[in-house]
Design a protein around this ligand. Structure first.
Ligand code: AMP
Length: 185
């Protein structure tokens, strides 16, 4: 039986996880799965998981483990004959244990980024909600201020990237990530 490669990237919000994951997945021909992307897709489509997730994401909180495993594990099941790279899942010990029960991970990368860098990056991040295109007011500006380059539609700031949600989000990340990192060590 062919052996498929199972990998995940852990990292706080603003660590560049999404960008790095997409590059790795592209370079090595891995299927790329982002839990944040699936949640935003669910919110846009008003799915059950999306409706549930919305209130947590807006408050800068993690979506409950059961919602996450029910969202992610079936997607992995569909890709059981592919090599994959996970972005943003697992985020908690319960999620990591649920994943470990089904798959043996080959590689888990943990991104370690200073707090000040994360704060700067996140408070500068604006997105085009319909496409998910991300801009950074520090180093990746849109051509016209406040407008998406492709559609010209207005850019918004995620509620969970706004300064008031940030501190709570990063503090919470650290507490929750520690046992996950310890598990994979
Ligand atoms: P991300 O795009 O990975 O930064 O995810 C955006 C938001 O979705 C996070 O701040 C969480 O509220 C939620 N989220 C994404 N993945 C997970 C996960 N594995 N467990 C719980 N919440 C998640």
């Amino acid at each position: 039986m062919a052996k498929f490669f199972r990998a995940a990237v852990l990292g706080p919000p603003g660590s560049g996880k999404g960008t790095i994951c997409k590059r790795i997945a592209h370079s090595f021909g891995l299927q790329y799965l982002s839990s944040g992307h699936f949640l935003r897709e669910g919110i846009a489509a008003d799915t059950e998981a999306g409706v549930l997730a919305k209130s947590y994401i807006e408050r800068g909180m993690l979506v409950p483990d059961q919602v996450m495993t029910r969202l992610m594990l079936p997607k992995l099941e569909q890709l059981r004959n592919h090599s994959w790279l996970l972005d943003g899942f697992p985020r908690t010990l319960a999620q990591a244990q649920a994943l470990n029960n089904l798959y043996q991970m080959d590689l888990v990368i943990n991104l370690n980024i200073p707090y000040e860098t994360l704060k700067e990056r996140l408070s500068d991040r604006w997105i085009h909600p319909a496409s998910g295109r991300v801009y950074n007011m520090g180093f990746n500006l849109p051509q016209v201020q406040g407008k998406d380059d492709v559609t010209g539609e207005p850019l918004i700031q995620h509620d969970d990237d706004k300064p008031e949600a940030l501190m709570a989000r990063l503090r919470h990340y650290k507490e929750v990530a520690k046992p996950v990192i310890d598990l994979y060590k």
